[in-house]
Ligand binder design. Structure first.
Ligand code: HEC
Length: 132
């Protein structure tokens, strides 16, 4: 009997202490996330773009370097060759997925069939943003 009362007391205390502060927090979280969105849009170019992050986690790094030719051409050389247009981004995203040989030399780029078109476009968008 006593135990049940104690438990009931605890529950009502918990509800009382959680109810109000809980709803206030919710309100301020919504306001905060709107703020964050504005901050993300205004980010400086030195921060990592989604395409750069994708490239950092893919195998591209084994053959490409930002400024120097390794097995594949340097990203800055690719950026110098293709203007950053929707058409080029679309075309080069397909090239990355399908693989390529003969555009830059005899060495081939392996295909990346598991890469989504969207991710490939993000990567190429970042590469073409690297004008010297
Ligand atoms: C096995 C080595 C290798 C890997 C891995 C690799 N590349 Fe390449 N990449 C090359 C070579 C070699 C070329 C030049 C191909 C040619 O001459 O047609 C190239 C060319 C390119 C081009 C220019 C294509 C053109 O038509 O001018 C882009 C863009 C590119 N790579 C992006 C990437 C991205 C993004 C990744 C990671 C998803 C990647 N590469 C992974 C070797 C590689």
């Amino acid at each position: 009997m006593k135990k049940t009362l104690l438990i009931l007391g605890c529950i009502s205390l918990a509800i009382a202490s959680c109810g109000n502060p809980g709803s206030t927090t919710e309100g301020s979280t919504t306001a905060a996330s709107t703020d964050t969105e504005t901050t993300v849009k205004a980010q400086t170019p030195s921060e990592m773009l989604p395409g750069e992050k994708l490239i950092a986690t893919a195998d591209c790094i084994g053959c490409h370097n930002k400024t120097q030719k390794v097995i594949g051409p340097a990203y800055v050389d690719i950026a110098a060759k293709y203007p950053s247009s929707e058409e080029n981004i679309n075309k080069l995203a397909d090239v990355v997925i399908a693989g390529s040989k003969g555009t830059w030399g005899d060495l081939p780029m392996t295909p990346h069939p598991n890469l989504s078109k969207e991710d490939a476009k993000q990567m190429v968008t970042w590469i073409l943003s690297l004008k010297k």
